[in-house]
Design a binder for this molecule. Structure first.
Ligand code: UDP
Length: 438
């Protein structure tokens, strides 16, 4: 168990339910299109959670780094949810790896915004990803408010299961994460497994770790007319569609799906005229698996005639892809949750996923989908082949998938998060050594 130094803070407000939250998302904006670059599940998470909190009467202000000179300082996503653009470093051409050098500038920008308001403007800081956690640490000390932190991914976990050719996360990130674990009143883990990792790998105090499952927009992602969806997407009505959705990077292993499809076709050549492998997403990270690289792989495997690449689309359009799919495939080396898996299931599509991380929670193995151990394409080909042939099993899995996904609405996430905020506030009050404003 870690030992926490008493907090020396300037003032304390006793408001168990925050009225206004400063949400920190340094490296990626909630206004960016998810599914490419640094934008993915975390962006969706922040937007959806903020909207649900706003619906409960809590104002959320999301601070993110400005990546273009023509961005307005403030954008309202909807009443009660603001995005604040903070200038920190050059607008473009700054990689995520270079952002630690801009944390001081970013923090200054955040503190300036708060200083323009009356004292006690924010009741709580919720930071996302370790870079934001570093900023949140300072802001919390300065403002005398609790810090709630969501890691989203952990360097130690990622490094333990690297995809072939992927770069390990640097030691500086591990140090930064460990500091945030020490500083935060509450750490939000997506799953029990992540909670365990925070405790065993990072020395987090178990009393400060809370599990809150992410969610899915159940109003948007729902079962629908498969044929109509296929027509809209220009897919044959009788096709067997294997769908990959997400950022194209080694961690997500879209190459495993391509290899599995090639094996499937080698085993069942008759499938060739009907099989479609759809890859929806854009390049991200090291770029090792940019679409061009995958296109090259498809040619090498002689399956370029069945693979279709599509640029990232807004979630409103993604619904058609999930509905059109026979099976959604998530062969990632690691996922802290895997929103794509839960969105697909909410649309009634079974998921074949790697048995890693949050996917073990997001998919009910043998009920709403199948979890595959490891990343051997032959194993994926076997499961996919079975589900392609057995349409009854597929329908059964699809129906169970809808049921399974139903428990993951964002409103549940927001309600659980409120409990975490209340716990964080209580924790701060208990451990505080008041020096001003008592
Ligand atoms: N996404 C999207 N459009 C796309 C591809 C992905 O909106 O073209 C969204 C998708 O709906 C999901 C998120 O990006 O909510 C990806 O989240 P996930 O947890 O699966 O992966 P992450 O990006 O966090 O690693």
């Amino acid at each position: 168990m870690s030992s926490h130094a008493p907090h020396v803070i300037r003032s304390v407000r006793r408001r168990p339910i925050p009225r206004r939250i400063a949400t920190l998302s340094v490296h990626t904006s909630p206004l960016h299109q998810p599914g490419t670059g640094d934008a993915g599940g975390m962006n969706v998470y922040i937007v959806e959670l903020s909207k649900r909190l706003a619906a409960l009467g809590i104002e959320v202000e999301i601070f993110t780094r400005a990546t273009s000179s023509d961005l307005p300082p403030v954008v309202e996503i909807e009443p009660g949810v603001l995005v604040r653009h903070v200038t920190a470093g050059p607008f473009e051409g700054l990689a995520k790896e270079d952002l630690p050098s801009q944390l001081c500038a970013f923090t200054t920008g955040v503190l300036r915004v708060e200083a323009m308001h009356e004292p006690g403007y924010y009741d709580l800081v919720h930071s996302h990803y370790w870079l934001s956690g570093q900023v949140g640490w300072l802001a919390k000390e300065r403002w005398g408010v609790p810090l709630v932190h969501s890691m989203h991914t952990l360097a130690k976990v990622k490094n333990a299961a690297l995809a072939h050719g992927d770069r390990p996360e640097p030691a500086a990130r591990v140090i930064g994460e460990t500091q945030v674990v020490e500083a935060a009143e509450r750490l939000v883990a997506n799953t029990q497994e992540e909670a365990g990792q925070l405790i065993s790998l990072y020395g987090a105090d178990p009393a400060r770790v809370a599990v809150v499952n992410p969610g899915v927009n159940l109003d948007l992602f729902s079962p629908g007319d498969k044929r109509a969806a296929r027509r809209r997407l220009g897919l044959p009505e009788d096709a067997e569609v294997l769908l990959f959705v997400g950022r194209i990077q080694p961690l997500k292993a879209p190459d495993v799906l391509l290899h599995a499809a090639a094996r499937l076709l080698a085993d069942e050549p008759g499938l060739r005229t009907r099989l479609v492998v759809a890859v929806v997403g854009g390049p991200s990270g090291s770029g090792l698996e940019e679409p061009e690289h995958l296109q090259h792989l498809a040619r090498t495997l002689q399956i370029e005639d069945v693979v279709r690449f599509h640029k990232p689309v807004p979630q409103g359009d993604l619904v058609d892809w999930y509905r059109a799919a026979s099976i959604t495939v998530v062969p990632s080396y690691n996922e802290s949750f895997g929103l794509v898996a839960i969105e697909a299931q909410a649309c009634g599509t079974p998921v074949v996923a790697a048995a890693v991380g949050g996917l073990r929670t997001a998919v009910r193995d043998g009920l709403s989908g199948v979890l595959v151990d490891g990343h051997d394409p032959d194993d994926y080909a076997r499961v996919l082949g079975w589900l392609v042939r057995d349409t009854e099993a597929r329908a059964r899995y699809g129906a169970a998938a809808v049921e399974h996904a139903r428990q993951f609405g964002w409103s549940v996430t927001a309600a659980n998060m409120l409990d975490v905020y209340a716990g964080a506030t209580a924790e701060l009050l208990e451990g505080s050594q008041l020096v001003v404003g008592q």
